[in-house]
Design a protein around this ligand. Sequence first.
Ligand SMILES: Nc1ncnc2c1ncn2[C@@H]1O[C@H](COP(=O)(O)OP(=O)(O)OP(=O)(O)O)[C@@H](O)[C@H]1O
Ligand SMILES: [Mg+2]
Length: 155
Amino acid sequence: MLSLELSTIKRTEELGKILGKIVEPGDIITLQGPLGAGKTALTQAIGRGLGIDPRIYITSPTFSLLHEYKGRIPLYHMDLYRLSGEEEIVSLGFPEYFSGSGVTVIEWPERLGSHMPAERLEIELVISGEMSRIAKLAGHGSLWQKKVAEIVSMV
Ligand SMILES: Nc1ncnc2c1ncn2[C@@H]1O[C@H](COP(=O)(O)OP(=O)(O)OP(=O)(O)O)[C@@H](O)[C@H]1O
Ligand SMILES: [Mg+2]
């Protein structure tokens, strides 16, 4: 596990941009942390790193659960806060997105239950002050373990 101090939103944006640059099709990033932790803010920066048109504002898909954006590779942004149950995940076809041609970023991944992908980058955001956050990165699967080491050398 790697712990990063995000002392200002600028640091959060830097981390997100790096992630947006290194992700590949089929990659999954799960974002944990309480309301206001910065999960959407980090996703917006991932979008910038993916080269999504900066005029497009990335918002939390709280009611629709999923927003899709066109970047270097597609971004599938999920916010599962209002997910009603595990069956809904399958009926919405989410497992197909996980293995799709884009990168999936998931807010409130706890809601996935047994559908939690084994291979993923897990990021937990901890509120450490009004403007500061701590990001805890854990790579699940050998590929992500390697990539986490790569991220450390970039931030
Ligand atoms: N270092 C920081 N990193 C990220 N966000 C920060 C930081 N400092 C302050 N903030 C602020 O915290 C808020 C984070 O809101 P955001 O919508 O990203 O949270 P969230 O985790 O997605 O919440 P929700 O669970 O409601 O979707 C923003 O207003 C952002 O400006
Ligand atoms: Mg959010």
